[in-house]
Write a protein that binds this ligand. Sequence first.
Ligand code: GDP
Ligand code: IMO
Ligand code: MG
Length: 427
Amino acid sequence: MKVDVLLGLQWGDEGKGKVVDVLTPCYDVVARFQGGPNAGHTLEFEGKKYVLRSIPSGIFQSGQVNIIGNGVVLDPILFAQEARALEESGVDLHKVLKISKKAHLILPTHRLLDAANEKSKGASKIGTTGKGIGPTYTDKISRNGLRVGDTLANLDERYAAARDRHLGMLKAIDATADMEALAALEKEWFEAVEYLKGFDLIDSEHYINHALAEGKSVLCEGAQGTMLDVDFGSYPFVTSSNTICAGACTGLGVAPNKIGHVFGIFKAYCTRVGSGPFPTELFDETGATIRNLGHEYGAVTGRERRCGWVDLVALRYAIMLNGVTELIMMKSDVLDGFKEIKACVAYKINGEEVRDFPYDIDSVEIEPVYVTLPGWETDMTSMKSENEFPENFKAYIRFLEQELQVPIAIVSIGPDREQTIVRKQIK
Ligand code: GDP
Ligand code: IMO
Ligand code: MG
């Protein structure tokens, strides 16, 4: 058996949570492979809405094992809050959730460092989620990190060494820590670690590979999106992990030849939260309309998401990097009322048309080259099959498939589980 991977192709918030939830009944195991509580994955069903941060989005279906993989960075405090809320809503979390011992821990001082780093950057700040993601991955790569497995022995000593090192770093950039607030956070952190230890802490690479050997099916859930990948995104305005398909290999211990389908999710338009270049961003009424109709406000920070037309240059790049086998188009309903819809098919840079995503999209002047398509001006939110799709929407799908050379297998027409049209059975 091979694993299937589901990941975002844009700047995050494409709707990964919703689709993982919808696809989970087809799988035995769901595993998150990177990112941390910077993610906010929203699910809606039976009139209720849930936002997941560190826990995989397969948690609400029945019986599947959900794994937080080694590539994830975990904040015990936020994890405990999220997990307790789920337990209160009736999810038997201890039964279905397993956590890799190799996942790295976010410490209270990582959050302080994140804030101090942002402050020191001034106007060129990244606009992080403030969850300590960058400093935690920095510690991982510089071989200073603490892992979930470290909570099982000598934690106090290791914690104190890390905390002291971090306080030294804060001092070096003239950031003072409020020691009283830090002490309170630390108390909460250690309590949360005790709660965390009540879960099944596993060697998830063995667990997943054994599951595959036994013929079980695994869905890997990405966080953020390809354009936020630390190597291939709009660096330095990116997150600190590999969000692309290769991240599922390192973030779960799955060999490249074990990757099966790669489901690439994108919105019928485009959004970005935080700083950094965004070639198709709309600063006009249309951008504001998309934001309002799509409720484009961050699930984690509540920040306004920047909105623009779909960017096929960036999407082609993302499809190439991930080896996407099926596309999933989200939030097409948001465009239901539009007379015309635009899609960026190339960038004009210094008078030249560029179709391959360039090295630098920040300091050069990019003029998006748009194709304008007629809108469908039909409410699609209660449709049940693609046969009901209006002609202009069908034409929009054909246009995208032609441009992207990958089939659109699923179209999402609303936030609810039920508002999902499967065009091509993928499992
Ligand atoms: P994720 O981080 O990729 O899981 O996406 P988010 O949850 O951050 O953002 C997606 C938002 O769009 C959430 O509020 C979802 O409830 C909502 N959503 C998902 N699919 C659709 C859709 O097809 N139509 C509409 N209108 N909303 C959707
Ligand atoms: P999901 O999984 C959208 C953005 C932040 C910032 C940059 C770096 O819900 O799609 P970080 O805190 O990771 O150091 O911030 O990345 N960012 C996201 N944007 N969706 C996300 O996750 C994001 N996670 C991080 O806004 O620009
Ligand atoms: Mg999100």
